[in-house]
Design a binder for this molecule. Structure first.
Ligand code: ZN
Length: 468
């Protein structure tokens, strides 16, 4: 999802084109949207028209565990560091901008009010941005290295899983738990052919090469070893073990940006030959290379299971205009989930699988499959999200996790704003879905509160063994 944001960052020409009318509308919407969560508007789709006020209060009081986000290090490092993402590209090809990532998104004002104490949000122009940055600067100076933890407090998040290349100042346990990136291990051969697929993939593979070199360096190697067995023993397994020893609770694949979820199960001998042939150089045959990647994906997933780390997969359409929406269909992963050798590995499909929300829901019946709602609770409205959230909660309430996908999307929407908005929206979506179930007599009030606590916290505690 990260890359969405960079595109938003690159869309700077739009930033100051907000008209006076738009500002007036924005102000009015902020006044509406900043109300407490039980004031969700009515609609005629059969869902709860308002959130039960007692349930809303209970939901608001829960200190959440955020399954997926990209926190930025504490000041002053936050001004320059880039390790909050393995693929922090700044110039993806243009795509349609979702309204939530535009500079006139109404909830931005509500977030600024909550985070920085504005009575009324600053205007969306150069002077307003300066006022905003001055207010941010005061809060950062006040909290220093504790600023990232302060951000979590404002969003009612007790613990955040930090999907970062490396951890650092202010983004450390116990408030932040590490989820490193593992895609670079999937692509040990010459990636010229893979990179040629699209302008976006050209950038992505160049960035993956940096991570790959970092992992080789940590393994005290300057190039991948000549045999597959040596590559697994000297690079892949030691990288995963080193990250586990460094506190990692899961490994993150962004592979959907790089190729499809169609992972076959080739014989090891065939893959050993492919590796040995192409590791010496040259652009590998595309079919051969796919088999090697397929093998490595299953090997890494099995190792994560052995080491007690979950596997996170970016699983939604986008970002980027060249993103393969066909390739991210989660049903393509069913053979992986059904592989008996991988039943010790827990997989978490990030971002709720959108638009494959029903497909992803059906996969939750498998004992090793979970999903989170990160990103959805920023990019979609609570009422829209609540439709399939209710469906998931009616069938698999132990498999759904809250996540924010907090990320430094733009000058206006930093990781504090996106985290705060997602936490607010997720609680509203939960409130709408659970109030509907309550009104229809499907669950008791106690059961509704229990499900809310599971989604916001308890399911992550169980999955990552966080409970004392
Ligand atoms: Zn993300």
């Amino acid at each position: 999802m990260k890359a969405l944001l960079q595109r938003a960052l690159s869309a700077k020409p739009h930033r100051f084109k907000v008209t006076a009318i738009a500002l007036a509308v924005t102000g009015a919407l902020v006044a509406i949207l900043s109300c407490s969560s039980h004031d969700a508007p009515a609609n005629g789709d059969g869902a709860a028209s308002t959130i039960d006020p007692d349930l809303a209060q209970a939901i608001d009081s829960i200190q959440a565990i955020d399954n997926h986000a990209h926190p930025v290090l504490a000041p002053p490092l936050d001004a320059t560091e880039k390790e909050f993402d393995a693929l922090p590209v700044s110039s993806m090809e243009p795509q349609s901008d979702p309204p939530a990532l535009r500079s006139d998104f109404p909830l931005l004002g509500a977030a600024w009010k909550a985070l920085y104490g504005f009575d009324s949000p600053p205007p969306l122009d150069a002077a307003g941005l300066q006022r905003l940055n001055e207010a941010r600067g005061r809060v950062k100076a006040q909290h220093g290295e504790q600023y990232p933890a302060w951000v979590l407090d404002q969003a009612k998040i007790g613990t955040m899983l930090a999907n970062r290349v490396a951890m650092g100042a202010g983004v450390e346990p116990p408030r932040f738990l590490w989820v490193p990136y593992v895609d670079a291990l999937l692509f040990p051969l010459d990636n010229t052919g893979m990179a040629a697929a699209s302008p976006d993939r050209r950038q992505f593979f160049a960035l993956e090469e940096l991570v790959r070199r970092r992992y080789l360096y940590a393994a005290k190697l300057s190039a991948p070893p000549p045999t597959l067995n040596a590559y697994l023993a000297q690079v892949v397994t030691p990288t995963l073990e080193r990250q586990k020893a460094g506190g990692a609770v899961a490994e993150k694949f962004e592979v959907a940006y790089l190729r499809s979820f169609d992972f076959s199960d080739p014989p090891r001998a065939q893959v050993e030959n492919i590796y040995a042939r192409w590791i010496r150089g040259g652009t590998p045959d595309a079919n051969d290379y796919k088999l090697l990647q397929d093998f490595l994906f299953r090997y890494i997933a099995a190792e994560c299971g052995r080491l007690g780390m979950a596997v996170h997969l970016h699983a939604m359409a986008g970002a980027g205009s060249y993103f393969s929406i066909t390739g991210v269909n989660p049903l393509l992963l069913e053979p992986v989930f059904n592989d008996p050798r991988l039943r010790r590995t827990n997989f978490v499909l990030l971002h709720g699988g959108w638009p494959y929300v029903r497909e992803v829901g059906s996969l939750l019946q498998k004992p090793n499959v979970y999903l989170d709602i990160s990103g959805q609770d920023l990019l979609l409205t609570p009422r829209t999200e609540a439709q399939w959230l209710r469906e998931w909660l009616e069938s698999e309430p132990e498999k759904v996790l809250f996540g924010s996908d907090g990320y430094p999307y733009s000058d206006e929407m930093g990781w504090p704003e996106s985290t705060w908005i997602a936490s607010r929206n997720a609680r509203q979506a939960l409130g709408i879905a659970l109030t509907g179930m309550l009104e229809d007599g499907e669950i008791t009030r106690n059961h509704a509160e229990e499900i809310a606590r599971r989604v916001l916290r308890g399911n992550a505690e169980a999955l990552y063994h966080l409970k004392q």
